[in-house]
Design a protein around this ligand. Structure first.
Ligand code: GRF
Length: 198
């Protein structure tokens, strides 16, 4: 059985996709052993509670207030995640850039989902930036990708899966976001299935 930890900071629709995939057999031999949120108001924690999955709320503020370095937060979180026997760490809307103090504990086992194509729009505003670039006539499509996180580079690790997403002239930003999130849910599950079972 492969234990996953899913790290979230918000809505958790990708977490929900993973939970549903485990339930309907689309992720054989995998289970979500732990959900971690760094945001108290992340709705994804409710999704985990409903599903009976252990949840750890682990904010960085106490470390910041105590002038403790990011590496302390990251090392402590790694120990907590290891304590749940986790093999794969899935960053699904996780708004925190890990230092090597976390990464080194899960070599080649950290997966990140990013709503842009490789090398395009790194960071927390990828969809808005793609939408604006389309309006400026700079791109005619965008995409989503799943990649490994071997180091501290942001949204730039070895790509495991990617999918192009069309942008239509009549699209509002919300239309594009909806299309992207729907694509993410399927891409993430197929990428995880390939990673875990090979
Ligand atoms: C997703 O678009 C993910 O790629 C990005 O943040 C969003 C999280 O969405 N990093 P959700 O919380 O899984 O609904």
């Amino acid at each position: 059985m492969h234990n996953l930890a899913v790290l979230i900071s918000g809505n958790g629709s990708n977490l929900q996709a993973i939970l549903d995939a485990v339930d309907n057999g689309d992720l054989p031999d995998a289970r979500v052993a732990l959900v971690v949120s760094n945001r108290k108001d992340a709705y994804g924690m409710q999704r985990a509670f409903k599903h009976g999955v252990p949840v750890v709320y682990f904010p960085k503020l106490p470390y910041t207030n105590a002038n403790r370095p990011r590496a302390d937060y990251d090392a402590d979180l790694a120990r907590i995640v290891q304590g749940f026997g986790v093999e794969w760490v899935v960053q699904a809307g996780w708004m925190h850039i890990f230092t090597d103090a976390f990464i080194r504990h899960f070599p080649n086992r950290i997966v990140n989902l990013h709503p842009a194509l490789p090398g395009m729009f790194p960071g927390a505003h990828a969809i808005e930036e793609a939408y604006a670039a389309y309006q400026r006539g700079e791109i005619d499509h965008t995409g989503v990708m799943v990649h490994l996180v071997p180091d501290e580079a942001v949204d730039a690790g070895p790509v495991v899966a990617q999918m192009e997403i069309p942008i239509l002239p009549e699209d509002s930003l919300e239309d594009l976001e909806k299309r992207i999130h729907a694509a993410e849910h399927t891409l993430l599950i197929s990428a995880l299935r390939n990673l875990i079972t090979h």
